[in-house]
Design a binder for this molecule. Sequence first.
Ligand code: FAD
Ligand code: SIN
Length: 524
Amino acid sequence: MEYDFLVLGSGMAGLTFAINAAPHGSVAILTKKQRSESNTNYAQGGIAAAIGKDDSWELHLQDTLTAGAGLCDREAVEVLVRNGPRLIHWLIELGAQFDKNPDGSIALGKEGGHSRNRIIHAADHTGYEIERTLLIAARRTPHITVLEHYQALDLIVENGACAGVQVLDTLTGDLFEIRAKAVLLATGGCGQVYLHTSNPLIATGDGIAMAWRAGATMGNMEFIQFHPTTLYHTDAPSFLISEAVRGEGGILRRRDGYRFMPDYDPRAELAPRDIVARAIDAELKKTGDPCVFLDITHLDPEFVQRRFPTIYHTCLQYGVDITKEPIPVVPAAHYTCGGVWTDLDGRTTIPRLYACGEVAYTGVHGANRLASNSLLEALVFAERAALHATTRLDELPPKPKPSCIMAQLPPIEPAPEIHDHAYNWDADRLQIRKVMQKKVGIVRTVQRLNEARCELEQLAPQIEAAYRMLSPTVESCEARNLVACALLITHSALARKESRGLHYVLDYPETREEFAACPTLITT
Ligand code: FAD
Ligand code: SIN
């Protein structure tokens, strides 16, 4: 099979690229499950853009830089916030139905770290509405083919440039190649590398691992965002309780009812996520409780049900009526701030290979992503990447500026002998996720990071050897990608000898001025 443009992933980044590239050539979108299954589909709170009367792109820029704790790329943030309003209108023109005020203007919610109300939303299922809109638009656009249940395994690199991908048909087990003039990684993040995550099962960091194996430069992988509030329930996966709940007045309390957030930050429940997640972590360690509580019982029950229908019904399913009782919550891994290094046009360091959305490191999130900026990033940079790929494909690839934090992670070599456990992909996957949860979580120490590195370095060659020996399966590919992502996160975390934003290390509690504007770059 051969196409002009090959898009890996059918979330917001992949679909936006495809719709913009299709007028210039044939596009195939490869997706490993059914087309709507993506992080995008589960996004709750909304998408940030400075469209309010009291707002401006300059204020959005300032809030993003503040949340990013000195590590955002200012130019990238400017591209993000300046293009936001225009692209929100593009989504509306395509048919997206966002919540409106009684006067017909777009309703704007509030989330942590934003100095203005600027979150455009569709109740608490904004991602579903966006995914629905983009899938319909893609179906209507000539020259787009969606290939479901096709899992990309590895990139094909020929003469130094990306020429396509190796693919597994997950329904038949067949292996084949798809070739293209340009390939876009839009495979999302790697939340599944942690035991507790808000992410769906698809988020196994496949694109991150594939790009790293192919020799692309990676950026800032240590910055993993933990969302402060996912439902704590023994039978529930980590279901997200949107930050918009705190935006509407939700209060975080301990089991004894004490409101603890003002003790940590004057912005209380609406402080940036790293601060809220660390405060909850500290309270749980102090009290020994398994969870804290998010209380919205003081809000009008009718408003709660209308504004948060998904959260209301899901919690009710688990026996929690959020209009009558506080919601038990814990932090969980939510967003991969780093990823495959790209320039402002979505270009990676490998010619003809682009990356957009959560898989990419563009520099916009710095050390901590501002709430609701990730859907916007996927939208803005996918449009730019499509423009570049369709008009300037043959330009020489960009080079990242050297940074004062550079690390190397050589490719994983297969172990000469395989222990039995390497055939048990579920066990390997669980081991990776447990190690990461326990040793590379919200609060880190050098000793625990080194212990994680050793365990992962023992496991990775076993997985690689078993992967090469057996026919690839969804499970084996994902285990291989998860361990690669886990190693990238752990090595990056060890390389950054300071605390900044989401990366908090007890051995280096200070933020060091000399590391401001220094992303952690990893090469093979
Ligand atoms: P995704 O939407 O994750 O799409 C990735 C695609 O790649 C999927 O189609 C997947 O199947 C496919 N794929 C992966 N690997 C392969 C492979 N090997 N081969 C083929 N296909 C593959 N952000 C906000 O800005 N606002 C919010 O309100 C918000 N809420 C969120 C709520 C939840 C519960 C979660 C999990 C995330 C939320 N986020 C939010 C983050 C945001 O949803 C994501 O960052 C964003 O949707 C990423 O879009 P994407 O297109 O890059 O990737
Ligand atoms: C949420 O609704 O809290 C998620 C928002 C985000 O991840 O940006």
